[in-house]
Design a protein around this ligand. Structure first.
Ligand SMILES: NC(=O)c1ccc[n+]([C@@H]2O[C@H](COP(=O)([O-])OP(=O)(O)OC[C@H]3O[C@@H](n4cnc5c(N)ncnc54)[C@H](OP(=O)(O)O)[C@@H]3O)[C@@H](O)[C@H]2O)c1
Length: 303
């Protein structure tokens, strides 16, 4: 089997990618602070802020392909720690891409819809990035530098992802359920629009990009444009929870420390034409709710 290095195996997307792609590839996963056990063995330590660490992982794995999901992925953290964000999200990513370029190893770099400013949606691959916050700026910079150094690389721009928590990572769904279950109120924006997608579907999109040898940009958004408030109603409905605690609100009513674009809906027609087929949010949420009584909904969603 060909070897696939998946950075960020302890993260939300990387955890799913390691599980779902293990039937097809010999998987090597990395962690930074949270070691994980993968179907193929223990994860390897990686520090993207330290080039020798990247080189050591490379020497050990000698991958046939790379999916780079490791990142400082929370926009608020990047805003607060811009130096660390730059070192992880730009310098580390570009160093890894240079390695891939030197050895002609296919690379999928996972970027974000937050490279856009949200004023002219929906965004296809021809749209120009205009990020509003540090996270989006650093991801956009990494995209440009990676494609300049290695035009054969693939940059997949991802939307908000959801799914059951992994042993070491969560997504917005878990915070939402915890808040509502605790009976606390939740204010959700009606004018912040996204194209969310189930993490399992996005992994299949990454696989498709890898196996079809795509190069350049690819958007892997979900099929629907929904506001945060609309996702809240769908999540509550799917899990049989009350909606009374959900309060609709406009972005302008709240002073945001990290600027957030209003509508970064992705146009993913290019990926749809290639066979990427994300479920709509109702279907995906109902499947997650049905699996939620199991000891490991994560494992169930990976079968
Ligand atoms: N989740 C989303 O909704 C979403 C949306 C759009 C784009 N994306 C992109 O998708 C990718 C994965 O996101 P995610 O939500 O899965 O992220 P995540 O759950 O926060 O996981 C981040 C991963 O990166 C690792 N990491 C952090 N700092 C590192 C460092 N200095 N050196 C090496 N590894 C480091 C973490 O390791 P430890 O946990 O072991 O410390 C973890 O494995 C990111 O590139 C993100 O920008 C995600």
């Amino acid at each position: 089997m060909r070897s696939l290095l998946i950075t960020g195996a302890s993260g939300f997307l990387g955890g799913y990618a390691c599980r779902l792609l293990s039937p097809y590839w010999q998987i090597w996963g990395t962690h930074n602070t949270q070691p994980v056990t993968l179907p193929t063995g223990d994860s390897i330590a990686l520090d993207l802020t330290h080039e020798p660490s990247i080189d050591a992982v490379w020497q050990r794995v000698k991958p046939d392909a790379v999916i780079h999901t490791a990142a400082l992925s929370k926009a608020s953290q990047c805003q607060q720690f811009p130096d660390r964000s730059y070192r992880v999200n730009v310098l580390g990513a570009v160093h890894l891409a240079n390695r891939c370029a030197r050895h002609a190893v296919p690379l999928i770099f996972t970027s974000t819809d937050l490279v856009f400013n949200g004023t002219t949606p929906p965004y296809d691959e021809a749209a120009l990035p205009a990020p509003l916050n540090t996270y989006g700026r650093h991801k956009a910079l990494a995209e440009t530098q990676i494609l300049a150094a290695y035009p054969e690389a693939t940059v997949c721009r991802l939307p908000l992802l959801f799914g059951p928590q992994t042993p070491t990572a969560t997504c917005f769904l878990q915070n939402f359920l915890a808040t509502i279950t605790a009976g606390q109120p939740l204010t959700l924006f009606t004018d912040e629009i996204r194209t969310p997608a189930a993490v399992t579907d996005v992994v299949q999109g990454l696989r498709l990009a890898l196996e079809q040898n795509l190069t350049g940009l690819l958007h892997l958004g979900g099929p629907q444009r929904l506001s945060r408030y609309e996702f809240g109603l769908l999540m509550a409905d799917s899990f049989g929870l009350p909606t009374a605690a959900l309060t609709p609100c406009r972005q302008s009513a709240i002073a945001l420390v990290t600027p957030r674009p209003p509508d970064v809906s992705l146009n993913s027609q290019k990926a749809f034409a290639l066979g990427y087929a994300p479920q709509n949010m109702e279907t995906a949420l109902r499947a997650i709710a049905d699996a939620s009584h199991l000891t490991s909904a994560f494992e169930a969603c990976c079968c």
